[in-house]
Design a protein around this ligand. Structure first.
Ligand code: PXL
Length: 275
């Protein structure tokens, strides 16, 4: 069985980061090892959340694993905490990167043209460095604009996305994928670029007019789980886009009208059979 390490915060209530990665990657058939970077009472879209930074746990936990001879088939990072923590995680990559370890970095820090409350430009620069260590990166357009120094645009064309992918590629990752990309009216999806082949990949799905928290984490976790079960990165992105769109639609149909996260629990059984 493949073993995936995922490093991100645990928001106790809120359905994002580890509370999505753990069930989704497990359901897709990989052992999922977690390294929580912080414990929050809820994600940061709630008011007055508590947050306990766990930076001082990263090194001792990693050292213990090393002494046990643990190895990982993939390391997947999401929402982290501080600039110092990113340095610790870079070190962890170096200590645990084997010949076949795939590193997937989702530089979670911004959306809709804005940085999340906890972050600043130093954090953006550090995330750009972390992306340089990865095999695959999956930023949204806001995160990519911040990391590449490009202007954030709500309206754009393919040339803008190609320029953005070229600049992301310069950060150093093997495959750069932009998420939340809309190339046609009423559609949304991904556009990726693979350094080795010089090829682009575009996938567009129906766009659903609803914004829920944690959908980026659902997308990335699904990609990781699908790649671990043998899918090519393009198929993994396509399935993840389809699964995320379907889960948003199912959530919209919930009469309880959940606002803080999506009903992925209802759709996980379908994910397992998706091709
Ligand atoms: O879904 C991304 C995410 C993860 N973790 C925390 C967050 C967010 C987005 O705001 O606040 C704590």
């Amino acid at each position: 069985m493949k073993r995936v390490l995922t490093i991100q915060d645990i928001s106790c209530l809120g359905k994002c980061s580890l509370t999505i990665a753990l069930p989704v990657i497990s359901a897709l058939g990989s052992e999922t090892v977690i390294l929580p970077t912080a414990v929050l009472s809820t994600h940061t879209m709630f008011k007055n959340f508590t947050c306990k930074d766990l930076s001082d746990q990263i090194e001792p936990i990693a050292a213990h694993w090393k002494s046990e001879g643990v190895a990982f088939d993939a390391i997947y990072t999401g929402y982290l905490g501080t600039v110092e923590q990113i340095d610790q995680i870079k070190e962890l990559f170096h200590n645990f990167r084997g010949e076949n370890t795939m590193i997937i970095v989702d530089p979670v820090m911004a959306d809709n043209g804005k940085l999340y409350p906890a972050f600043d430009m130093d954090y953006v620069k550090k995330n750009a460095q972390l992306c340089g260590e990865a095999d695959i990166i999956v930023p949204n357009i806001t995160e990519a604009a911040l990391m590449t120094g490009m202007e954030y645009r709500e309206e754009y064309d393919e040339a803008y996305l190609k320029e953005m992918l070229a600049r992301l590629n310069e950060l150093g990752a093997g495959i750069s994928v932009l998420t939340g990309v809309s190339l046609e009216k009423g559609k949304t999806g991904v556009m990726g670029y693979e350094r080795r082949t010089g090829e682009y990949y575009v996938y567009q799905n129906r766009r659903i007019d609803a914004a829920y928290h944690g959908t980026g984490d659902l997308f990335s976790s699904t990609c990781v789980g699908e790649i671990m079960r043998g899918k090519d990165w393009r198929d993994a992105m396509r399935i993840a886009a389809d699964y995320t769109a379907h889960t948003i639609e199912v959530t919209l149909g919930n009469p309880d009208k959940p606002w803080y996260g999506v009903d992925f629990e209802a759709t996980i059984p379908e994910l397992i059979g998706m091709e």
